[in-house]
Design a protein around this ligand. Structure first.
Ligand SMILES: [Fe+2]
Length: 492
C-alpha cells in the first residue's frame, strides 16, 4: 500500500478558538506511512538520509490555559535514497502520553497555568509539567532522540521506521534540555540541563556510541532559563541570560519570567571535557537568545553567531485579551526582534566584541553540519509571519561577503526549520539542499520541499505532497543515511 493509516490515537480535544489549536496549528491524530506520493518536479538522487521534524501536537483537552509548547511530541520524517522518498508520522510514546491515553484525559496542566492544577506529579525544570518530548530532535548514534525544552528524558526512535525505542539510559536526574548538539567530526553529542536547585545547570558529553563520558556542573547564580548551547572544535559555550523566573515570586512557586535589562548576558566557555573550575565567564550586552548558529575558533578568539533579541520581553499584541496577546508576542519572531548577531570572545584578554550581522528579525538558523564547530561561510534563517509562531520565508547569508538571498514561501504557506542536506560527494559548503515541510493553508495541504542551497531564490526543485496537512511545530534535523545504517548494521 503506498499510503497506510497506521493508527488513530484517542483524543479528547474539543473545538475552540485558540490561535494555536487552529489553522496551521490544528493538531493531527492519525499516523501515516506513505511510500508513494505525488511529486512535483523530481526527487534528487544525490541525497541519502532522513529529514526529521518534531511538532507540538496536543491530543487531550487541556487543563486550564493551553500554550503551544505544551503539545505532545509528534515526529514527522521524510527519508530519501536513490531518488525515492518515504514519509511517516508517529507520536512519541512518552510516559505522559501513554498515561493520558490510558486515562482518556489530560493529567498535567501546561506552562501557562499556576502550579497545583496538574493531577499528577510533574517533571522538568519548572517541576509541574509533563515531559512532552515535543521541542527538539537530533539523530545520534543511529537513533532519533527527541527532547523537551523544560528538560526531560531522551526518547529514542528508529530514524527510518519511527519505531519507538524507549529512552536513553544516561539521562541525568535533572534531565536533558532541548538542543543537545552533535559534532559530526567526532560523533560526540554535547548536552546541558537546568533546574531550580544549586548548581542550577550541568553540561555533559555523550561519546559517538551513545555513552555518557563526561558530566559537570556549570553553576549559575540562581534558577535560569537557558534554551540552547553552542560549541567550537575544542570548547563548549553555555549561557546565563538575564531573562528568568522572578526570584521573589519563585519563592511562592510562581513561575513568572522577567527580563532584567540591567543584568549582563554571561557566557560560560569551557573545554569540551572541562569541569566547573575551567569555566571562563564573559559579560556582554543584556538580551535573550533562543537559538545559536555556529561557533568556531580563530587565534585567541571564539566566534559565536546567534539571534540577539532586541525586545526579549515584548509588549502584548494589541486587540487581544492581554494574556493571549502576551503569549503570542513571546513566541513571535517579529515581536521579540531577534537579529543575526556575532559575539567574539578573547580567551586571553577576556574581551568581548559584538557585531550586528543583519537588522531583519530572523531565527531558527541552520548551516552545513559538517562545519559545526568549524568556520562556516553560509547560514540560513527563517522570518516569521507577523504576530505568529509561523515561518513565512527563508534567508541565506554569505558571511564572508555580507550578501544575502531570500525566498518567501508564498501567501498562507508556512515552512519548518530547514536544515542543510549535503549532496553526495559535495565539495562546496553550500553544495546541497535545504529541506522543509510546508503547509499551504489555501489548499489545506502539506508538502516536503527541497531547495537548491546555491540558488534559494529559484524556489523548490521538488515538492512531495504529504498524505495530510500537518500541524506546525518547532525543530527539525537532517541525518546522514550511511551513518545511520552503519550503526544499525552494528546492531546498536
Ligand atoms: Fe529551540
Amino acid at each position: 500500500m503506498p499510503i497506510t493509516h497506521e493508527n488513530k490515537v484517542k483524543h479528547t480535544l474539543k473545538p475552540s478558538h485558540h490561535p494555536y489549536l487552529n489553522g496551521a496549528w490544528t493538531p493531527n491524530f492519525t499516523e501515516y506511512t506513505a511510500t508513494e506520493m505525488e511529486v512535483i518536479g523530481e526527487i534528487p538522487n544525490d541525497i541519502d538520509g532522513v529529514y526529521v521534524r518534531n511538532t507540538e501536537n496536543p491530543v487531550q483537552e487541556p487543563i486550564g490555559n493551553y500554550h503551544p509548547f505544551d503539545g505532545d511530541g509528534m515526529i514527522h520524517s521524510m527519508s530519501f535514497r536513490d531518488g525515492k522518498a518515504e514519509y511517516r508520522n508517529r507520536f512519541v510514546r512518552t510516559k505522559a502520553f501513554v498515561a493520558e491515553q490510558q486515562a482518556g484525559e489530560a493529567l498535567w496542566a501546561g506552562i501557562a497555568n499556576g502550579v497545583g492544577m496538574s493531577k499528577r506529579k510533574g517533571v522538568g525544570a519548572q517541576g509541574h509539567l509533563k515531559d512532552a518530548s515535543s521541542t527538539d530532535v537530533v539523530v545520534h548514534a543511529g537513533k532519533i532522540m527527541s527532547t523537551f525544552w523544560q528538560c526531560g528524558d531522551g526518547y529514542q526512535l528508529d530514524p527510518y521506521t519511527l519505531e519507538q525505542q524507549g529512552t536513553v539510559g544516561w539521562a541525568p536526574l535533572d534531565g536533558i534540555s532541548a538542543h543537545p548538539k552533535v559534532d559530526e567530526t567526532t560523533g560526540e553529542m554535547l548536552f546541558f540541563n537546568y533546574c531550580k536547585h544549586p548548581p542550577y545547570q550541568h553540561y555533559g558529553v555523550i561519546d559517538k556510541d551513545g555513552k555518557l563520558v563526561h558530566y559537570t556542573p556549570v553553576p549559575l547564580p540562581g534558577p535560569r532559563l537557558p534554551h540552547d548551547m553552542a560549541f567550537s572544535e575544542n570548547y563548549s559555550i553555555l549561557v546565563d541570560l538575564p531573562l528568568f523566573w522572578d526570584p521573589e515570586l519563585l519563592k511562592e512557586d510562581k513561575h513568572h519570567a522577567r527580563f532584567y535589562p540591567d543584568v549582563p548576558t554571561r557566557f560560560g566557555i569551557l573545554p569540551r571535557f572541562g569541569s566547573e573550575k575551567d569555566v571562563q565567564w564573559f559579560e556582554a550586552a543584556p538580551t535573550y537568545v533562543l537559538h545559536w548558529m555556529n561557533a568556531y575558533e580563530e587565534g585567541d578568539e571564539i566566534i559565536l553567531d546567534g539571534y540577539f533579541q532586541d525586545k526579549p520581553d515584548p509588549e502584548p499584541i494589541e486587540g487581544l485579551p492581554r494574556m493571549v496577546g502576551k503569549m503570542m508576542a513571546n513566541i513571535s519572531i517579529d515581536c521579540f526582534q531577534s537579529k543575526l548577531h556575532r559575539w567574539r570572545f578573547n580567551l586571553k584578554t577576556g574581551a568581548v566584541i559584538e557585531e550586528r550581522l543583519d537588522d531583519r528579525p530572523l531565527e531558527f538558523g541552520t548551516f552545513n553540519q559538517q562545519y559545526a564547530g568549524r568556520k562556516s561561510r553560509y547560514v540560513y534563517s527563517v522570518w516569521g509571519e507577523p504576530n505568529w509562531f509561523l515561518f513565512s520565508g527563508m534567508v541565506k547569508h554569505d558571511l564572508e561577503t555580507g550578501e544575502s538571498w531570500s525566498l518567501p514561501f508564498g501567501e498562507q504557506r508556512f515552512g519548518s526549520e530547514a536544515p542543510f542536506v549535503p549532496r553526495i560527494n559535495a565539495v562546496d559548503e553550500d553544495d546541497g539542499y535545504l529541506v522543509s515541510f510546508i503547509t499551504d493553508m489555501k489548499t489545506d495541504t502539506s508538502e516536503c520541499v527541497l531547495i537548491d542551497a546555491k540558488d534559494i531564490e529559484a524556489g523548490p526543485v521538488c515538492r512531495i505532497m504529504l498524505p495530510h496537512r500537518i500541524c506546525s511545530g518547532t525543530h527539525a534535523t537532517w541525518a546522514d543515511g550511511p551513518t545511520i545504517r552503519a550503526f544499525q548494521e552494528k546492531g546498536e
